[in-house]
Write a protein that binds this ligand. Structure first.
Ligand code: NAD
Length: 505
């Protein structure tokens, strides 16, 4: 089949599942109370795909009441084994729908099909993983105090969890939060990003099919300032897990302060990749290219700052340029495409504005090519910014597109300082064959997650999250239990210990 035919058949698969999207509250698909809707657009052509119910304060209130009722009722009283059976069932149903979900996500977001296929299978893994974690690792501690006391801890679900997610890896990130929230026994209100509603709606359809009791899982689509802000402010919503921009995270924390909300914050990044002169330069080049240009560059852990040792810089940059020239930019529904269009016209304009800033700041902007037939879409070709330095905005600010700032360094001490000289601290990548230096530099970079001689390979058991302005708290593995459960300690007297007898005659 030709490229065009392959993409056309994937498009048919995606379109077969597109209809106007409603909210999912208390086990029913409903319009917003206001009856308002917003348009969802396709980043490949910027044409309207469908209408989406625009939820607001009243819809969040309805969802919160339903979620609270479910928490106090059937779901809250269910045995763990029965609860986890639902979590496994959701995973199985996701697997059954992979063929529909991946094209739908690509159609909605512009992410290449090769990426969305992987993310959808990660989504069912998220559910299975958390079902296993809860049954094997959600355990308490016991503290024996001689023959006097036994003190022990237990984990209890918190209540209604509000989950607010971004558009850059929607289905995977939504399930990354929903799975631990449900497996630990909470009920959920999901507020998906307004630019990527399709797979969130499909997930509601899947969860509806699983037979989960009404009100346990709810989806309220809508804008951040309305649906999102109402979720944060609602008194029955006990915790907010947020993934998105740093400035939004800070706004949400201010809005939730009066209600003393519990927050998990997964925020922006500007992660360094440090390549020493003794590194395996071929593998480092593969990792660097993939780390910034996969996901269309819309990846929180992207290595958007390259620090290359000056002795190998010319060679490495020449090879990088060759990669940029050859990356396949195209239709996201063609599986061979490596870079697709950015999610939305507004984001496209924002990324392009940074390319203008780069020129004003003195960078040489080197770009790949967007084929003529794709000019209607939100395409930014793979781009490298040469002659960059740490004082520039394009090095300090998150661009969130396929744009790599390139800098050189002379020695270890200097590069550690440069790598740490940003407000973000999400991820970092170090390439060297010197094992001692590898550990030393990895530990010296201030970021939540470091990869040494590796691209971004996730191990679901490890803590995920950032330091500095990249986040607060950790999700992933059993670390998620700290956020999604309330830990309680029970102190038990084993004998008749001494109790002061105030007021006794
Ligand atoms: P965003 O902050 O604009 O929006 C994220 C979500 O927050 C959306 O659902 C939005 O509707 C909602 N929102 C906006 N304002 C709100 C408010 N006042 N109250 C409540 N909710 C509100 O982020 P985005 O543009 O969708 O996503 C890109 C950002 O996400 C990047 O900065 C990226 O680095 C970050 N991100 C971080 C991680 C991580 O794990 N650290 C993962 C993926 C993306």
């Amino acid at each position: 089949m030709s490229d065009m035919h392959v993409a056309a058949s994937e498009k048919q698969k995606a379109l077969a599942n597109v209809h106007n999207v409603q909210l999912y509250i208390d086990g029913r698909f409903v319009n917003a109370e206001s009856n308002q809707e917003f348009d969802n657009t396709n980043p490949f052509t910027n044409e309207k795909i469908n209408s989406v119910a625009s939820g607001g304060k009243e819809d969040i209130h309805k969802a919160a009441l339903a979620a609270k009722r479910a928490f106090k009722g059937e779901w809250g009283n269910m045995k763990q084994k029965e609860r986890l059976a639902f979590v496994y069932k959701i995973a199985d149903l996701i697997d059954e729908h992979v063929e529909e979900l991946a094209p739908l996500e690509s159609y909605d977001t512009g992410l290449p099909l090769s990426i969305t296929k992987k993310m959808v299978s990660r989504a069912s893994q998220n559910f299975r993983f958390y079902a296993e974690m809860v049954s094997s690792r959600m355990v308490g501690d016991a503290y024996q105090v001689d023959d006097e006391f036994l003190n022990y801890t237990i984990h209890k679900p918190v209540g209604v969890a509000g989950l607010i997610t971004p558009w850059n890896a929607p289905f995977m990130l939504e399930t990354w939060k929903i799975a631990p929230a449900l497996a630990t026994g909470n009920t959920v209100i999901l507020k998906p990003a307004e630019w990527s509603p399709l797979t969130a709606n499909k997930l509601a359809e899947i969860i509806d099919k699983s037979g989960l009791p009404d009100g346990v899982f709810n989806v309220v689509h809508g804008f951040g300032e309305t649906a999102g802000a109402s979720l944060v402010a609602h008194e029955d919503v006990e915790l907010i897990s947020f993934t998105g921009e740093t400035t939004t995270g800070s706004e949400i924390m201010k809005n939730g302060a009066d209600a003393l909300k519990r927050f998990s914050m997964e925020l922006g990044g500007k992660s360094p990749i440090i390549v020493f002169d003794d590194a395996d330069l071929t593998r480092a080049l593969d990792a660097c290219t993939w780390g910034i240009f996969s996901f269309n560059g819309e990846r929180c852990t992207a290595n958007s700052r390259l620090y290359i040792h000056e002795d190998v810089a010319d060679r490495f940059i020449a090879a990088l340029k060759e990669r940029v020239d050859n990356i396949r930019v195209g239709d996201p529904l063609d599986e061979r495409t490596q870079v697709g269009p950015l999610i939305h016209k507004e984001h496209f304009e924002n990324v392009n504005s940074y390319l203008e800033i780069a020129k004003e700041e003195g960078c040489e902007v080197y770009q790949g090519r967007v084929p003529e037939e794709y000019k209607r879409g939100n395409y930014v070709p793979p781009t490298i910014l040469l002659n960059a330095d740490n004082s520039m905005r394009v090095v300090q600010e998150e661009i969130f597109g396929p744009v790599l700032a390139v800098m050189t360094f002379r020695d270890e001490e200097e590069v550690i300082e440069l790598a740490n000289d940003v407000r973000y601290g999400l991820a970092g990548y170090v390439w060297t064959k010197d094992i001692q230096r590898g550990h030393r530099v990895s530990q010296a970079v201030n970021a939540g997650m470091l990869w040494l001689n590796s691209q971004n390979v996730r191990d679901l058991r490890t803590p995920f999250g950032g330091s500095k302005h990249s986040g607060i708290g950790r999700e992933g593995g059993y670390y998620a239990f700290e956020f999604y459960t309330e830990m309680q300690v029970v102190h038990v007297a084993l004998g008749d210990h001494n109790i002061p007898q105030f007021g006794k005659k």
